[in-house]
Ligand binder design. Structure first.
Ligand SMILES: Nc1ncnc2c1ncn2[C@@H]1O[C@H](COP(=O)(O)OP(=O)(O)OP(=O)(O)O)[C@@H](O)[C@H]1O
Ligand SMILES: [Mg+2]
Length: 290
């Protein structure tokens, strides 16, 4: 595998199985998968500072499904990049299982907002990439790839290149590639935004099935408040930039959830309204500032 392959694959953000948190340091603290402690992030556009994240305090609990919503540009992807160790905060600390995230966090699988597929690799070879990085070859590799190709509904497209796929299909390859290494924590950034409504429903079912079965910790960023409510245990509303935690709401809808029906539950409507009251304000404010 070439260096370019590794780079384009987003290897940095792909899980490598049960390896220890090699490049994480600091004193461990119990009871949290990820902690954002007073986190701020400033970018620079020439001489002009862009404060993406103001001051975020957030504890992600082990095994929870955490939804994150917020207006465009409020720093949601930046939060995931920080958790994945792809960048460092300007102030505060990000901790993973009590250890300071100082470098690439190999314990998480990261499905980034951009699909970052390797253009010269086929569907199956893109999905196989994290396994190859781990040194897995032969029959086991082929079985795992075939399983995930089927899981995301791409059977028959194994030999297609990314340029020969629709946007939704590319997203599904990205999902399979994130799942194939069985990471203990999943960071998902707008994973189903490009899919049509029916396929989204199927992917919601599949995501919940995987989560209920594995109890991985999932952080799921979405523009779609309904999607966050129907999937998550808790939904975090981030304010307009510079992002701060504006509201955290427990989603007390029963599990297992039937994603096709849960939106007709009166509790769903109440939760949606309450969250929208917090989110809508900032979305409108963001819109006025554009
Ligand atoms: N690498 C970077 N360099 C400079 N500015 C950046 C960088 N990454 C993000 N930003 C800026 O930080 C802010 C937050 O960006 P981010 O991508 O985290 O927002 P977001 O909430 O994910 O938005 P969206 O919902 O549109 O995906 C934006 O103003 C963006 O322009
Ligand atoms: Mg984003």
């Amino acid at each position: 595998m070439s260096q370019v392959d590794r780079h384009l694959s987003g290897q940095a953000s792909l899980a490598t199985g049960a390896a220890p948190p090699a490049r994480l340091g600091g004193a461990p603290s119990a009871g949290a998968t990820i902690e954002f402690v007073g986190v701020a992030k400033r970018f620079w556009k020439g001489d002009t500072p862009v404060d993406a994240i103001g001051h975020v305090e957030l504890v992600v609990r082990p095994g929870e499904f955490l939804g994150i919503v917020g207006p465009s540009g409020c720093g949601k992807s930046t939060l995931l990049n920080l958790a994945a160790g792809l960048m460092l905060p300007t102030a505060g600390e990000v901790r993973y299982q009590g250890h300071l995230v100082r470098d690439v966090n190999t314990r998480v699988g990261y499905m980034t907002q951009k699909d970052s597929l390797v253009p010269w690799r086929t569907v199956e070879s893109n999905i196989a990439l994290p396994l190859e990085i781990r040194g897995l070859r032969g029959r086991r590799k082929r079985e795992l790839v075939a399983h995930y190709v089927e899981l995301v509904g791409l059977k028959g497209f194994e030999r297609h290149f990314p340029s020969e796929l629709s946007g939704g299909m590319r997203k599904r390859v990205g999902l399979a590639r994130t799942l194939v290494n069985d990471p203990e924590t999943l960071l998902m950034d707008e994973p189903f935004g490009a899919l049509d409504a029916q396929l989204r429903l199927l992917m919601h079912e599949e995501t919940l099935r995987i989560w209920e079965h594995s109890r991985k910790t999932i952080i799921f960023v979405t523009h779609d408040l309904a999607e966050a409510v129907l999937l998550a245990d808790r939904v975090v509303v981030i304010s307009a930039r510079p992002g701060r935690v504006k509201l955290i709401k427990d989603i007390d809808l029963p599990r297992p959830r039937d994603v096709a029906r849960v939106r007709f539950d009166p509790r769903f409507g109440r939760l949606f309204e309450e969250l929208w009251a917090a989110l809508g304000e900032d979305v409108r404010r963001g819109d006025e500032n554009r």
